[in-house]
Design a binder for this molecule. Structure first.
Ligand code: ATP
Ligand code: SF4
Ligand code: MG
Length: 382
């Protein structure tokens, strides 16, 4: 019998799957090590390259922020690592090691042992991850009861604790609600409660606070931070919100067209971004220092078709610094000790400055827009 008591630092509960002892890694072994991960979808005989050669590590207690425009592959990446890409047209290759154990190639049945206490996911869309015809209370308690042999009363008590923890008002009453009887923000918090019920060692949080107002967002992010510091939980935090990644992550990976195009510690990335796409994302954040009614700076153009990627750099059609080499040779991700980026003319280099001037002289729209933005930024910070 499991005691119905849950605390952020506790490890006694699980909502899905049977706990599997971790393969003990040395302190230098990353909690998660992803290498050359690819997930391609076969659509009419064409490969949609949603994730295309992604590598990174997550160590215990650390948060990796994953940012990028809609469709850049953030959700497919998280689901591929968890092994929950259910699409029949998907094929995933590469390596995903959790505490040293390879997960790629494991069956769903084998992976089930890792879901819950080892890895859990807060899904981007709460409505599709909750069962619409099952009451919230049952969704929270059924796995606890099934896998932890808890009594109904104990599982219910624990469910109430979890709902309280994610700031759901009147949690006892809410247990009898169906998902459609809750607001979007409440459903999202229920999903967070379910994911954390088992105190996982690694959490994938896919836009976990998108539907929440700023105050609740702050509370939830604080609760996740508390989990991390108390249990050394690793986290992959997927978000559109650069404000959130700036304050809540240790490292940031910027995704574009299924690839990581820049990765660095959060402080390095914000102080010394090298990829033009990262710079464009950063420029698209409204700044409080700007005068009222300043036009938002959207990134020119659209992301490429993942089933027909251009030769060379995928960002070339939108890049203010683009040069002929960019359309001929795909830039490789180069890494020094602190920083990885994939660009022939990294931001801040003399080559990039010369390329921008040359493109402006030729009247390239995205280069002119970038120069205006750069001057506005310089003026704002002067
Ligand atoms: N089953 C599928 N078949 C074909 N293409 C798919 C499938 N699932 C996802 N994709 C494609 O994979 C790409 C990446 O999708 P993904 O959901 O990972 O984007 P995202 O970065 O999470 O976007 P958002 O910020 O909008 O959530 C998209 O182009 C999407 O259309
Ligand atoms: S400068 Fe060239 S390689 Fe770098 S992002 Fe722009 S188009 Fe791509
Ligand atoms: Mg997504």
């Amino acid at each position: 019998m499991v005691e119905a008591r849950w605390s952020p630092g506790g490890t006694s509960t699980c909502w899905e799957g049977v706990a599997l002892s971790s393969v003990d890694g040395s302190s230098s072994t990353p909690l998660l090590s992803v290498r050359n991960l690819r997930t391609h979808f076969d659509v009419g005989g064409h490969a949609v390259k949603a994730v295309d050669g992604v590598s990174f590590d997550v160590h215990e207690g650390m948060t990796l922020g994953v940012v990028g425009e809609s469709g850049s592959g953030k959700t497919v990446l998280s689901r591929s690592i968890m092994g929950i890409n259910t699409a029949s047209n998907a094929s995933t290759t590469g390596s995903v090691r959790y505490n040293g154990t390879e997960l790629i190639g494991k069956s769903k049945r084998e992976l089930r042992d890792f879901w819950g206490e080892e890895m859990a996911m807060v899904f981007q869309d709460p409505m599709t991850s909750l069962n619409p015809v099952v009451r919230i209370g049952r969704q929270l308690t059924e796995h606890l009861r099934a896998h932890k042999k808890m009594s109904k009363a104990a599982a219910t008590e624990l469910a109430i604790q979890l709902l309280t923890w994610v700031r759901i008002p009147e949690p006892e009453q809410r247990l009898s609600n169906y998902p459609h009887q809750m607001s979007g923000g409440m459903r999202q918090r229920v999903c967070i409660a379910i994911a954390l019920a088992c105190s996982p060692n690694l959490l994938f949080a896919d836009e976990p606070t998108t539907a929440l107002d700023v105050t609740v967002q702050h509370q939830i992010l604080n609760l996740l931070s508390q989990q991390q510091s108390e249990r050394k939980m690793g986290m992959v935090l997927v978000t559109h919100d650069l404000g959130v990644v700036a304050t809540r992550t240790d490292e940031i990976a910027v995704m574009y067209a299924g690839k990581i195009v820049e990765k660095a510690s959060t402080s390095t990335l914000f102080s010394d971004m090298r990829h033009p796409y990262t710079q464009s994302l950063f420029w698209s954040i409204p700044k409080t220092s700007e005068p009222k009614h300043t036009r938002l700076s959207a990134i020119v153009g659209r992301p490429p078709n993942l089933a027909a990627l251009p030769v060379g750099c995928s960002f070339a059609d939108r890049c203010p610094y683009v040069q002929p080499i960019c359309r001929e040779v795909e830039p490789e991700l180069t890494t020094d000790s602190t920083h990885s980026f994939a660009c022939h003319l990294p931001v801040g280099s003399a080559d990039a400055d010369a390329a921008l001037s040359s493109n402006i002289a030729q009247g390239l729209a995205q280069s002119e827009a970038a120069a205006i933005r750069r001057d506005a930024q310089t003026g704002a910070s002067a």
